[in-house]
Design a protein around this ligand. Sequence first.
Ligand SMILES: Cc1cc2nc3c(=O)[nH]c(=O)nc-3n(C[C@H](O)[C@H](O)[C@H](O)COP(=O)(O)OP(=O)(O)OC[C@H]3O[C@@H](n4cnc5c(N)ncnc54)[C@H](O)[C@@H]3O)c2cc1C
Length: 388
Amino acid sequence: MDFSFPPEVEAFRTEVREFLAANLTDEMIAATHDGTIHAPELHAAMAARGWIAGPVPEELGGAGRSALESVVLNEEMQLAAAPVDAMAVSIVVASILLEHGSPHLKDSVVPRLLDGSALGCFGYSEPESGSDVAAAQTKAVRDGDEWVINGAKMWTTLAHISDYVILLTRTDPDVAKHKGLTFFLVPLDTPGIEIQPVPTMAVERSNATFYDDVRLGDEWRVGDVNGGWAVMKTALKYERGIAGGQFPSPTVIDAALDWAQTAERADGSRPIDDPTVREKLMRSLIDVEVCRGFAYHTASLAEEGVMFGVEGSMTKLFASESYKRHCREFQDMMGVDGLITHHNDDAHLGGRIEENLRHSPVTTIYGGTSEISRNLVAEGHLGLPRTR
Ligand SMILES: Cc1cc2nc3c(=O)[nH]c(=O)nc-3n(C[C@H](O)[C@H](O)[C@H](O)COP(=O)(O)OP(=O)(O)OC[C@H]3O[C@@H](n4cnc5c(N)ncnc54)[C@H](O)[C@@H]3O)c2cc1C
């Protein structure tokens, strides 16, 4: 099998590497480890090159880059530890609007998301519903030409730096739960919205968002009234597609390798001399290769016009579970060195192992938990019966 990419894709990879070498600073990487996974200057520089608009077809206002180029961009950013979250979420929000949005949203919001002047975030989960997203209770009620929204969302990550939230609401409480949902794109400066921080045990800040008599015109509706489930399916399709390019954090492997090569044991040996340490490191590098294979497979399906479905869930499940496993194994093999906290200069690569150990479980929850991903793979790929 030939896994090489066409020359233009490899040329693009070189361009991305040069761009990151020139524009991604240590301060930007460090800042993303203090709460919000976004670097505004980097985002602006990428938007100026048309890379935020990259995966969106040209006829819809995007740059029409191939799926292979998108996967290469994503891969290089992750290998360089560049923040990808705000960029990825904004691309998904723009893609949803391009499929289901009104002319108002396509003309006034999508260009701002694609040129990097605005950010979007996801408002699906609530205090009482996450995996069962269709159980959302935030209400939207029609009042003349307007809608009035009341309710609370949980885990609205990036809301505190975003301009818009794509909000899942209930518009008919008297029908089956999937049939009474409607989506809106809500400008976050609309009166009646409150954003409260939710710190996590990981580095990441999320938010609780509250909607108290928030009034919106009908032009902010996304898709049909009570047709929200179709929009949700589109949203999940794009989110899983992006997740299909996920890698276990390469920086954590770098940190473990650095420790293995430089730490000195009481008998004067180095950890790398120990075959069990070498095996753990090799297994983690093999997992990265497996993820690369998944990501390229997903991208090649997209190139052939096959819209990926369960493939994104397979990658997300494998990448996040192996990331969590690597962190645990590395901390275990490093002993005290693996416990030194982030930002401590004595720690190998600034405490990356400890920090990633706290961050890795989160990746097995957001974007669909591992249990939900396993259900999707079991049903969608292995043909096993539905369990729910
Ligand atoms: C840091 C972070 C950031 C997030 N960002 C966002 C965001 O930006 N926007 C947003 O809308 N949401 C966001 N989420 C929410 C995330 O999508 C949900 O937390 C996730 O879908 C799980 O939902 P839940 O927390 O309600 O748990 P539950 O759905 O209550 O699940 C609890 C447990 O039960 C298991 N479970 C549930 N249903 C099944 C089933 N059918 N079969 C087997 N096991 C099952 C789950 O796997 C889990 O282990 C974020 C979450 C976190 C932690």
